[in-house]
Design a protein around this ligand. Structure first.
Ligand code: ATP
Ligand code: MG
Length: 550
């Protein structure tokens, strides 16, 4: 094989497990809790879990970790499925931890019967105090040594709905003196009379994360259960339950979660931005969610590239958002259709152009050897950008100015002769003449100009709203910046510009990607109506941030 890339530590483990015959094939899972939309951190986890299985001929389950009835919703389930598919992955099975409620209950009863779990009636404060501190061992309470039969009966009654919320819990009897606080008799079931998005009112007791996750892995025969570093201290708990229950020995491996600059990566915080209407929704293009990136025009390919480039680490770090933008730009440069869109237009009259319209031709994508071409109407009245004209030009200004010449992309060289102004001194029209011998592709004029401008025919242009996005937060490391994370919101993260688009964009499609020449990469937004095109800027043409920070 020509591609030499060193293995990451999880790939090393997988290769060793396959080589030793510990596993004949691998099965991973992606286990989102359906309590929000997926973000880039999840994309990382998806690429890792599905990518690993793909590489080693294994499979990946999509498992909804839906053991917490009050925060979960089918809206989130649907969005998660859409996002995983959009990223280009196929799951072997769509599963729900809630489908295992009966099995999990049986597991818990099995522990109770072995004397390894007990019903505790202490308040949560009492339990917390009795647990001790990292430097002080915990102490047993009167419930810890209840007879097994009493525990069996009480746990059954808990399930049957005999008790109110919070009045009792089921705890595993592990070790109140363990240096690992999570092993100090962790709570494994709590009472919650709440409606669940799938099981309805069938249950009023729900398993805790530590009693659901490992067992779900085991039920599915997951070989490599990959999660983020916060769960390192949960691993002994994970292993303890599997060992005591004597079930399939899934193993947990941890990697560093993805954090990115200028944004936050937590569903809880993202939900706050949505609820407080700081953004327009989960798919607001400024959000770090997968649905926002899709709407903004990022491609699945570029997100996968990015996840591959950053690799997997064992230590937390902060990844530069511009690395993702770099990947997006690289891909869009190859696939985007080139189009002309004039922002903040100003009118130019080409006084010696007598024809009503002349069609000029331009390449759809010069990066593509088999590029198609399109015809663009050139007329006497066109628009250029206000920024492309200066009445009193500075020294190195090569765009349009009185007496100066520029080329209009794919059309002619024009020379500015005059400007018209309104009563306030604002320029209303720029008067130019064109050089008929200078047509692009057939230029016999012998004139060399330094500037090339994009333009749109005034008669044929289509009005468009263009949304330019900037970082959602001002701080590079939002979580480390202190205070409320919302204090660091960038008030100028959205700029709306009115523009005129060349007529080919009248057929713009949501799935298509465009490069607006000299402006950046853009895509059509779903807010587009019959009368107005709306575009999102995906990324700029160049990395402005890298330059600024040097
Ligand atoms: P959040 O804190 O945003 O709610 P979470 O970890 O609680 O995230 P889950 O739905 O429980 O979200 O996560 C599903 C999977 O995605 C888990 O395996 C989790 O480890 C992984 N994951 C979540 N956030 C990140 C991240 N920032 N980087 C890498 N993996 C992540
Ligand atoms: Mg979670």
């Amino acid at each position: 094989m020509s591609e030499e890339k060193s293995l990451n530590f999880i790939e090393e483990i997988v290769e060793a497990d396959l080589a030793s015959g510990k596993h004949n094939s691998i099965l991973t899972r992606f286990p989102p809790e359906p309590n929000g939309y997926l973000h880039m951190g999840h994309a990382k986890s998806i690429c890792l879990n599905f990518g690993l299985a793909k590489k080693y001929g294994g499979k990946t389950n999509l498992r909804f970790d839906d053991t917490n009835p009050t925060t979960e919703d089918t809206e989130y389930v649907d969005s998660i499925k859409e996002d995983v598919q959009w990223l280009g992955f196929e799951w072997a099975n769509e599963l729900y931890a809630s489908d295992y409620f009966e099995q999990l209950y049986q597991f818990a009863q099995a522990l109770v019967k072995k004397g390894l779990a007990y019903v505790d009636e202490s308040t949560s404060e009492e339990i917390a105090t009795q647990k001790g501190t990292p430097t002080q061992p915990g102490v047993a309470n009167i419930y810890r040594d209840r007879p097994i039969q009493e525990n069996v009966r009480l746990f059954e009654a808990m399930r049957a709905g005999a008790y109110p919320d919070g009045s009792k819990v089921l705890r595993a009897k592990i070790d109140l003196t363990s240096p690992n606080m999570l092993l100090r008799d962790p709570i494994i079931y709590r009472i919650k009379h709440a409606h669940h998005h799938r099981t309805g009112n069938a249950w009023c007791i729900y398993p805790m994360y530590d009693f659901a996750h490992g067992q779900s892995d085991s039920i599915e025969n997951i070989t490599h259960s990959i999660c983020t570093l916060e769960f390192v201290s949960h691993r002994p708990v994970y292993d303890w339950f599997i060992e005591q229950l004597g079930i399939f020995p899934s193993h947990q491996y941890e990697f560093a979660r993805l954090n990115m600059s200028y944004t936050v990566m937590s569903k809880r915080k993202l939900l706050q931005l949505v609820n407080e209407q700081i953004v327009t929704g989960w798919d607001d293009p400024r959000m770090p969610t997968i649905s926002a990136m899709r709407r903004r025009g990022f491609t699945p390919h570029s997100i996968r590239e990015f996840c591959d480039k950053i690799g997997i680490a064992k230590r937390d770090n902060l990844i530069d958002f511009s690395l993702l933008e770099f990947c997006v730009r690289e891909h869009l440069n190859k696939i985007a259709l080139r189009r002309m869109v004039v922002f903040n237009p100003i009118k130019v009259i080409i006084t010696n152009f007598e024809k009503e319209v002349e069609m000029v031709q331009s390449e759809d994508n010069p990066e593509d050897a088999n590029t198609t071409h399109r015809q663009i109407p050139f007329t006497r009245e066109i628009f250029i950008e206000q920024d492309d004209f200066m009445e009193v030009p500075s020294k190195k200004y090569f765009r349009l100015a009185p007496g100066q010449m520029v080329r209009l992309k794919s059309a002619y060289i024009i020379k500015c002769n005059d400007v018209l102004k309104d009563d306030n001194g604002q320029i209303t029209e720029i008067h130019c003449t064109y050089i008929p011998e200078s047509k692009s592709g057939n230029d016999t004029s012998g004139i060399h100009v330094k500037g090339t401008l994009h333009w749109v025919s005034a008669a044929h242009g289509i009005p468009a709203e263009v949304r330019l996005y900037d970082r959602l937060f001002k701080e590079e490391n939002v979580d480390a910046a202190g205070g409320d994370f919302k204090d660091h919101i960038n008030p100028d993260s959205l700029q709306i510009v009115s523009a005129v688009a060349e007529p080919a964009l009248g057929n713009a499609e949501l799935s298509e990607r465009y490069q607006f020449m000299r402006k950046g990469y853009f895509c059509l937004d779903k807010d587009t109506t019959e009368t107005k095109l709306v575009f999102n800027r995906t990324v700029t043409l160049k990395d402005g941030y890298a330059k600024q920070n040097k």
